[in-house]
Write a protein of this length. Structure first.
Length: 318
């Protein structure tokens, strides 16, 4: 086993090979080695997301980045207070990104994916920009230094409540890293400016081969009901579910794929929609292979987003 991600109702008692444990709750914080990510789950029982490796784990801290790492994998996270000033928040995120790359390079690892959870994702500052704009601007500053091509890490960016920003990343010592695009969509960094003034610089998915067991893994970025660069089925949750799933399934086969683990984010979900959406998710992924969460999407008209992880043997060639 190289890296395994799974959901559980119980916190593992033995943690010597655990890279990360995440709790889905309204607050953002870190307690007893468990990271709370500010996401409310649509589930009666608490669910934890566990990232497990086959190697011993050590923990350390660099600047404001909490790090757990094995020989082949590194998980880093930071929690930032959201300030009133756009520029102050931008400086914080830029510095965090610089730290992510510095830490990864020091450990001779490649950043595979970065997750971002930002309060009030689409609320505007005095300058007319949003917190999604804030993320895109900050990321672009750093990526101009580190990337001469478009081989960006995968990414997810979701809006949460509260007043703290959570950003975390996975890096790996790996072979054959590949940044993957979706043939159904325009690459995010090529969007016209009437969609976003800032460039959302990320790859639609990223795959790699573990350096030891030679097995391929794939991390899929958050994908919504977008075709080309246009939002499809504005504010229609049922139709958006199918469109977003089509995008997700351009990367992997989900049928009979026991390695697929998905997070599904929904905004503006009404109670009457909960039974049918859970039914469709159970039929698509299997009841133990996804978690349904409340979160804001990067465009007002979009209501649902999928992201996930899978073994590469289920990968679909684009």
């Amino acid at each position: 086993m190289s890296i395994k991600i799974f959901f559980t109702n119980e916190i593992p008692k033995e943690r010597e090979d655990i890279l990360s444990i995440m709790k889905f709750s309204e607050s953002v914080g870190r307690h007893s080695g468990i990271l709370s990510n500010g996401l409310i789950q649509y589930c009666e029982k608490d669910i934890f997301e566990v990232w497990q490796t086959s190697q011993p784990i050590i923990s350390e801290k660099s600047n404001n980045i909490h790090i757990t790492k094995s020989k082949n994998y590194l998980f880093g996270s930071t929690i930032l207070d959201l300030e009133k000033s756009f520029e102050d928040n931008k400086s914080k995120i830029i510095q965090s990104y610089k730290d992510f790359f510095s830490i990864s390079e020091k450990n001779q690892m490649k950043i595979i994916k970065i997750w971002h959870y930002l309060p009030q994702l689409l609320e505007k500052y005095d300058n007319g920009k949003t917190n999604y704009s804030l993320l895109c601007e900050s990321r672009e500053v750093v990526y101009k230094k580190y990337f001469e091509n478009f081989s960006y890490p995968a990414a997810t960016a979701i809006g949460i409540g509260q007043n703290k920003i959570l950003i975390y990343f996975l890096a790996a010592l790996c072979n054959k890293y590949e940044a993957i695009e979706n043939k159904r969509q325009v690459s995010s960094y090529k969007y016209p400016q009437d969609i976003f003034r800032e460039k959302p610089m990320f790859s639609r998915a990223a795959s790699f081969f573990d350096i030891d067991d030679k097995k391929e893994k794939i991390f899929i970025s958050g994908t919504a009901s977008i075709k080309g660069y246009k939002s499809m089925h504005s504010l229609n949750l049922n139709a958006q579910f199918d469109e977003a799933l089509r995008n997700y399934e351009t990367f992997i086969r989900v049928e009979n794929n026991k390695t697929n683990i998905s997070r599904v984010y929904v905004s503006k979900l009404q109670n009457k929609d909960l039974p049918w959406i859970k039914g469709k998710l159970d039929a698509t992924f299997g009841s133990n292979q996804y978690i349904l969460l409340k979160g804001d999407i990067c465009r007002e008209e979009l209501l649902i987003e999928f992201e996930g992880f899978s073994d590469g043997k289920y990968k679909i060639s684009n």
